[in-house]
Design a protein around this ligand. Structure first.
Ligand SMILES: Nc1nc2c(ncn2[C@@H]2O[C@H](COP(=O)(O)OP(=O)(O)O)[C@@H](O)[C@H]2O)c(=O)[nH]1
Ligand SMILES: [Mg+2]
Length: 486
């Protein structure tokens, strides 16, 4: 180390004195370049002496060649070059006195002109406009928005979902995104999310009346439920905020002032994944095909969270027969003509739906009736069975759509299209073996094509279930129609 330092001092001293008397042999710039090169060589560790020096020069040269503005500095260039993998390094490593480094260009000399070679380089040839796809999707947009309920602490998980939605769909459509929170969103959340969304972003603070216990709730009874469900280790059983969340998603998100501007919504939760390109507009598809509600995954609800939900539903049906659709999906919700609920529901962390339906008297009467019965707090009713039962009873069967081609993940389940052509055409990156439709816990198992059902290990497991359980599963699924409907 001491020897190296000694050599470095000598070289430096010699060059400084050389610069003093060498006017006739070196220009100022040439001397400065030499000093710079020697400094890099001599200040590098003994292992990398030679390479570091060459890299420094190469990087300096490359940076300069690319930088018409002269804004780079030699020290930045060196750092970049040292990090750059071998294949990306500029090929040229000699120093040309006619191309001063950027730092020196800050003196009186004008920036050099681009050489003819550079202008003729293939990368600079203008693209023919005719050969390019249009930059944005053509056609009309629907009056629609994405909507996300989130906490500030969800930022780094919701950004993953936003990237997925933007990359797979919205970069071509630029729909807005409404974020809702029971606390004010902080600047960081707003800054990062609005940088990622291609449409407008809006941030709403939920009023206390939509995120609190209604006055008819008996607090002692609600607290006792939480204690008991916590003890029984029921998922989110002891949580107050989860209950407010479920009630809000069931009855209030579509009535927030920011949502009143829109007719269609697409719900997005943190940490989801989209596995295929969506090369059409699902909002427009819904409108054109007279659909009102949609899903990608359906499954069985935990019975411990909804012991009396179906009783409440039956009470509502009796009180409001005028709201029950004629061609409804009761056969999908119940295996015994409406006596019991089979617990099938659409997984509501993904939804594309019509807000006017949720704001209609039919849905509002349904929600108010359930809310009065108190099961959001005395049990732990989820917004998924609430939305699903409403869709199943208040809508006609053909107003509910299954988006088979929207490949989706929310922990722990995946929907991945079974048809290879769909996956290849839409650049999907999901494993069809992970498709939840084949799982015995899915309410959609009979929607899978026969070939997939016969070869699916998971389906074989269902087939081996005890007769009664199998009948229940098959009964639940047997009302499902073609692959794109219930
Ligand atoms: N603002 C707010 N959002 C919440 C709260 N709890 C849950 N959420 C949001 O509600 C949605 C559902 O919550 P999540 O934790 O994903 O529940 P899970 O999918 O059922 O496990 C997500 O979009 C969460 O970000 C809360 O206390 N406040
Ligand atoms: Mg979630």
């Amino acid at each position: 180390m001491a020897g190296q330092r000694y050599v470095r001092y000598i070289l430096f001293a010699v060059l400084v004195s050389l610069r003093g008397w060498s006017v006739s042999y070196f220009t100022d710039i040439e001397a400065t370049q030499c000093i710079t090169v020697i400094f890099f060589v001599s200040s590098s560790s003994s292992n990398g002496l030679k390479n570091a020096g060459v890299d420094a020069v190469a990087g300096w040269k490359g940076e300069h060649a690319n930088s018409g503005s002269g804004s780079g500095t030699t020290s930045q260039s060196k750092g970049d070059a040292a990090k750059r993998p071998e294949a990306e390094k500029p090929l040229e490593i000699s120093i040309s006195p006619s191309t001063p480094p950027a730092a020196s260009a800050a003196t009186s000399k004008p920036a050099p002109k681009q050489s003819d070679d550079l202008i003729k380089a293939p990368g600079t040839t203008p693209n023919s406009q005719n050969a390019l796809a249009p930059p944005k999707a053509a056609g009309p947009r629907m009056n629609a928005t994405f909507v996300t309920l989130a906490r500030n602490g969800d930022l780094w998980e919701i950004v993953k979902s936003i990237r997925a939605v933007e990359d797979r769909f919205n970069h071509k459509y630029n729909y807005d995104w409404v974020f809702l929170n029971d606390k004010p969103f902080d600047d960081d959340f707003k800054k990062v999310t609005s940088a990622l969304v291609s449409g407008k972003t809006k941030y709403g603070l939920i009023g206390e009346e939509h995120w609190s216990f209604p006055e008819w709730i008996d607090q002692d009874k609600a607290a006792e439920t939480r204690r008991d469900m916590g003890e029984r280790k029921i998922i989110y059983g002891d949580s107050i905020s989860y209950r407010h969340m479920c009630r809000f998603e069931s009855g209030f998100f579509f009535r927030q002032p920011l949502m009143l501007d829109y007719e269609w919504y697409w719900r997005v939760e943190p940490s989801i994944e989209l596995y295929c390109d969506i090369n059409y507009d699902p909002f427009k598809f819904m409108a054109d095909n007279k659909k009102i509600y949609s899903f990608v995954i359906s499954l069985f609800e935990y019975s411990e969270t909804i012991p009396t939900l179906w009783n409440s539903v039956k009470k509502f049906m009796k009180a409001h027969p005028e709201h029950i659709a004629e061609d409804n999906s009761m056969a999908w919700l119940s295996d015994n003509g409406g006596k019991d609920y089979n617990r099938c529901h659409f997984w509501s962390n993904f939804e594309v739906g019509n807000l006017n339906w949720l704001r209609s008297p039919a849905y509002i009467d349904f929600f108010d009736s359930l809310d009065r019965d108190g099961g959001f707090f005395y049990e732990r009713w989820g917004d998924a069975p609430v939305h699903s039962i409403a869709a199943g009873l208040l809508l006609q069967k053909d107003q509910i759509h299954f988006f088979n081609d929207i490949a989706y993940y929310h922990v722990p389940f995946t929907h991945c299209p079974l048809e290879e052509k769909v996956r290849l055409d839409n650049k999907c990156h999901c494993d069809p073996n992970q498709n939840f439709d084949w799982n015995g816990y899915s309410c959609k198992i009979l929607n899978a094509p026969l070939s997939a059902r016969l070869t699916s290990v998971r389906h074989q497991e269902v087939l081996r279930l005890p007769r009664h359980a199998k009948a229940q599963r098959m009964g639940a699924a047997s009302v499902m129609g073609e692959a794109d409907t219930l």
